[in-house]
Ligand binder design. Structure first.
Ligand SMILES: Nc1ncnc2c1ncn2[C@@H]1O[C@H](COP(=O)(O)OP(=O)(O)OP(=O)(O)O)[C@@H](O)[C@H]1O
Ligand SMILES: [Mg+2]
Length: 279
């Protein structure tokens, strides 16, 4: 069967055709990032970058280190016993902090959304206000406005405005994921890292989240890991393709504008993956 039958279509109306050189400056960048879980090397020499205010998708087969890369950037792996990393992680061109206070500040600038929505067992309002309270904003007046704004931006306000004091755990999965998005947005992060954010959602909830990603264009930099190439093709400006190389270590095979990567992959392995020959 012709490989063309499998080729993912990049919708022409959604993602403007720009050359990779014409993208805004880089906000997050890794240089020769290596990571290990004890003696297993999970990532090898990863040179990844995400342009400001754009959506960058990371695709690749299971186990190639996509989540490890996001977790390395957000320093979520630091507490994993036996984990270590070398190379550089830059945020706005400066080395990302590694000390405990710096990491807290980093997480405010770089939010994260997981595969399964993880609302805290508290009210809808308190979930969204959580990060703001950590910044010592306490009064109701200080919180009401930003909480409403975050819920509006996450497309959830109308559905929850009459039940802000109810438990977040009573929301549907799709609503919970948008609540987690609102919780991230409330502290006005520069970047949100999303690890398969729609994989536990139904198609309608998935579309809502994809629409929101497009709404954030220019405002928030998004890095999204996805197994759905059609999702990468329709929501992202840039796509990075990762693969396990020697010793099963994850490598970044190719990063380019989404249009180029899907229409004219430079590497044979990218071509094979996006046309469904493996993975
Ligand atoms: N906490 C850990 N301890 C040891 N090994 C780990 C740990 N987390 C991940 N790994 C290993 O690192 C490699 C990369 O895992 P990772 O979860 O980053 O892959 P992935 O690309 O996100 O896969 P998937 O698409 O299935 O989510 C895998 O071989 C995995 O077994
Ligand atoms: Mg993963």
């Amino acid at each position: 069967m012709s490989a063309e039958l499998f080729r993912v279509q990049v919708p022409s109306d959604m993602v403007p055709a720009v050359a990779i050189e014409a993208l805004p400056p880089t906000v997050v960048e890794t240089r020769d990032l290596d990571t290990w879980y004890r003696d297993f090397q999970a990532l090898r020499k990863i040179n990844f970058s995400a342009a400001k205010g754009r959506v960058t998708a990371i695709i690749g087969p299971s186990g190639c280190g996509k989540s490890t890369l996001l977790r390395a950037i957000n320093r979520m792996n630091d507490l994993v016993p036996g984990y270590r990393a070398s190379g550089e992680i830059l945020l706005d061109g400066a080395p990302a902090p590694t000390d405990p206070a710096g990491v807290i500040a980093l997480r405010r600038r770089v939010g994260m959304l997981f595969q399964r929505p993880n609302p805290f067992p508290m009210s809808i309002f308190d979930n969204v206000a959580y990060g703001l309270r950590l910044e010592r904003r306490r009064s109701k007046r200080d919180l009401d406005e930003p909480v409403q704004r975050a819920l509006l931006r996450a497309g959830l306000w109308d559905e929850v405005k009459d039940r802000l004091e109810r438990s977040a755990l009573g929301l549907s999965g799709g609503q919970q994921q948008r609540l987690c998005l609102a919780r991230s947005l409330a502290v006005e992060p520069e970047v949100i890292l999303m690890d398969e954010p729609t994989s536990s959602l139904d198609p309608v909830a998935t579309l809502r989240v994809e629409e929101l990603m497009r709404d954030f264009r220019d405002e928030v930099t998004i890095v999204i890991v996805t197994h759905h190439m059609q999702q990468a093709a329709s929501v992202s400006d840039v796509t990075a393709f990762m693969l396990m190389g020697e010793g099963r270590a994850g490598e970044l095979v190719e990063i380019n504008t989404t249009r180029e990567l899907f229409n004219r992959p430079q590497d044979r392995r990218t071509e094979d993956y996006i046309t469904g020959r493996f993975g």
